[in-house]
Design a protein around this ligand. Structure first.
Ligand SMILES: Cc1cc2nc3c(=O)[nH]c(=O)nc-3n(C[C@H](O)[C@H](O)[C@H](O)COP(=O)(O)OP(=O)(O)OC[C@H]3O[C@@H](n4cnc5c(N)ncnc54)[C@H](O)[C@@H]3O)c2cc1C
Length: 231
């Protein structure tokens, strides 16, 4: 008997981040039927012919059938990653927590010593994969300064400063949380760009989490759309 495994719905990252799949509309069949409507045809069960059609559509950039499946996620990531993530706009809708209204204790991403990567003098941007010398000591400094800014934030609130002003002392490593709805095509575009080795490791990890959540749900379309395999 073939054992059925339920695909995972939440992947945790860093010390407090995650990507959680809340809802999915559609499947590979949705893509096929969006394309087949041109000929007033419809498939009821995904066939080998349908698989060929999906590959053809992706290969020839007939992308609109991939706009129909929609994915709704809840994501928590550091602000410096979200700055990059939010550059992907077409095909996405987002709503984010506001630190004007919320003054619960902030959480910050603190890279492990292995992730305090050294600068690569050969690259204009990016880093080596190895950590900087004395990574443990640098990690302790990062942790201390992060905790200090959270302490200052807390003391500003206690002195009556409005959260919208107090938040200015918080670091870019602070986690932000948002809900996001995007089409299958939009997620594939984002992943193709952000799985590339030239993208920052921290955003690659979030893109890789999206792959793990979407690939089992859209196996044929995902394979056809994705150029860069996850590392
Ligand atoms: C490795 C890497 C490094 C990067 N470095 C930088 C950087 O240093 N500085 C920086 O500012 N950005 C940087 N970016 C961001 C990059 O320039 C894009 O903004 C980001 O990748 C989103 O691209 P997108 O195609 O998904 O954009 P979206 O805005 O989601 O657009 C999707 C697609 O819609 C079409 N489109 C969107 N807007 C227009 C338009 N105005 N006219 C015509 N067609 C349009 C294009 O086909 C586009 O590809 C970097 C991205 C990566 C992956």
């Amino acid at each position: 008997m073939v054992e059925m495994t339920t695909p995972e719905t939440k992947i945790t990252l860093g010390n407090a981040g995650y990507v959680e799949l809340l809802e999915v509309f559609g499947s590979d069949l949705t893509v096929v039927n969006a394309a087949r409507v041109s000929f007033a045809k419809e498939s009821h069960e995904f066939s080998e012919q349908d698989g060929k059609l999906v590959k053809y559509l992706a290969k020839h950039n007939h992308i609109s059938p991939f706009f129909h499946p929609q994915i709704h996620m809840r994501i928590k990531m550091p602000i410096f990653v979200a700055r990059e993530w939010f550059r992907h706009q077409i095909g996405f809708a987002r709503n984010e927590v506001s630190r004007r209204y919320v003054d619960t204790p902030p959480e910050c991403y603190i890279p492990t010593p292995e992730n305090i990567r050294a600068r690569d003098p050969k690259l204009k941007q990016g880093s080596k994969s190895e950590p900087v010398a004395e990574a443990e000591r640098v990690h302790a400094i990062v942790k201390e300064i992060t905790e200090e800014s959270m302490g200052v934030y807390d003391s500003l609130l206690k002195s009556g400063v409005a959260p919208e002003i107090a938040r200015m002392v918080l670091p870019q490593s602070m986690y932000t949380e948002f809900v996001e709805t995007g089409s299958l095509a939009a997620y594939a575009r984002l992943c193709n760009l952000r799985l590339d080795p030239t993208a920052q490791k921290e955003i690659r990890e979030y893109a890789d989490a999206v792959v793990k959540l979407l690939e089992p749900r859209f196996p044929v379309s995902w394979k056809a759309l994705i150029h860069t395999p996850p590392e």
